[in-house]
Write a protein that binds this ligand. Sequence first.
Ligand code: ADE
Length: 229
Amino acid sequence: MRIDILTIFPEFFSVLDVSLVGKARASGLIALSVHDLRDFTHDRHRTVDDTPYGGGAGMVMKPEPWGEALDSILADAVVETTVVFPSPAGERFTQATARELALSPHLVFGCGRYEGIDQRVIDHTRTRANVREISLGDYVLNGGEVAAMAMIEAIGRLVPGMVGNPESLTEESHEDGLLEYPSYTKPSAWRGLEVPPVLLSGNHAKIAQWRHAQQVERTERVRPDLLPG
Ligand code: ADE
């Protein structure tokens, strides 16, 4: 998978070299490039924003640097590309979104700042690539960088070959629409707290049953919105 990131803060993404995404890059599973949007400006101040038409607070990102940057990234793209614009006004990012995007051979993340990117950039990009405006959640960040990083981590671990034990992918929160069951390891007693005895029973059917019941109980209590009906 190829990933291109467009941002005015390339240094944000240096953390992607640690952890699983770093390993995927090192092994060649993911080819990731970070591009500085200011490299596509032509004025002395490397201006990327301007005041909004119609008035209002804040600044809007100018279309020209975005247009040139996307021209250059999309020009040598040989496969179908999906351009993701992280935005609090986008569709909600879920595990299902991560699974869909993990199938894409080429992802571009366009990280906006300020009050957003001139809408024509998004509309024009739709004429030459798949475009998704995606929100990490119902809160406002200062820009798309942190959202892009979260999405790249969620997507990256679903790329085939990425996670050591594929079972750990299917058994975790959200993969089956329920929250994960609680986990325990040795010692069996710690600070007066015992591991639930069923987990020490060796009865795999009973353990599976108990874990599922825990998932349902936890989901009803913490995230009833995830349950049908
Ligand atoms: N940019 C600012 N807020 C955001 C959010 N909640 N999700 C994605 N991108 C954002």
